[in-house]
Write a protein that binds this ligand. Structure first.
Ligand SMILES: [Zn+2]
Length: 228
């Protein structure tokens, strides 16, 4: 693991977010760019330190390092070790990941992981055909379910995107085959493609979705055992 953070794990009282790598976090004049460090989830920064402390130590902690700390919820460790950055062609896996990433927008990945079972129950195990067939009653049920993120736009996006996956089956054979037919592409091209294909798929969501499946680089830090 990376050894440049001078702080012991006990004080890794972190917030959910920061930049993908240190240079993005500091502007050329050394100021901490709040906008940059708060928008990514796969690296973390010590939020209990005063601003000067963060700047002095540049204490970025990657997701890979964070999952090894005592503070990290065990769900993170399991996700990191067995799923993050791992390729899958399973439609349910891909659909679940897309919906979870969409639901993470504005929230922490930890919140999503903690509600994952709730999501799986509420969304019929992420069965694309079942979700695509959801009507008004299902929307009302989902919006009343405290086990998931109750957000009208996110619920609507899940149903809409299930229908899109059904279309991709017809045109490309499967969701995975559609991704594979476009791979590799630079991130910006992926974002453009996703935006014109799915709903609620902004740059961060698309980046995390593809990174988490190994299509875009960056899931694991070079110091991590799972880095390829
Ligand atoms: Zn890792």
């Amino acid at each position: 693991m990376r050894k440049n953070c001078p702080h012991p794990p006990q004080i890794l009282d972190v917030i959910d977010g920061t930049a993908s790598d240190p240079p993005e976090v500091l502007s050329p004049d050394g100021e901490l760019r709040e906008d940059q460090y708060s928008k990514h989830r796969h690296a973390y920064i010590l939020n209990r330190l005063p601003l000067e402390g963060r700047l002095r130590h540049n204490c970025l902690v990657t997701y890979c390092e964070y999952v090894l700390t005592e503070k990290a919820h065990p769900l993170h460790r399991a996700y990191h070790d067995t799923e993050y950055g791992v390729h899958s062609a399973d439609e349910k896996v891909l659909f679940e990941r897309l919906i979870l990433e969409i639901n993470q927008a504005g929230l922490s990945w930890e919140t999503v992981l903690k509600k994952r079972e709730g999501f799986q129950k509420a969304y019929d195990g992420f069965d694309v055909d079942k979700v695509a067939a959801y009507g008004e009653e299902d929307v009302a049920r989902l919006l009343g379910d405290p086990g998931i993120i109750r957000n009208r736009l996110k619920v609507a996006a899940a149903i809409h995107n299930a229908k899109v996956v059904q279309e991709l089956r017809k045109t490309h054979g499967s969701f995975a085959a559609w991704i594979d037919s476009n791979h590799p592409m630079p991130k910006d091209a992926w974002v453009k493609l996703f935006k014109s294909t799915f709903r609620f798929t902004g740059g961060e969501i698309v980046n995390e979705f593809l990174m988490s499946l190994g299509y875009l680089p960056g899931a694991h830090h070079p110091g991590c055992a799972l880095y390829k």
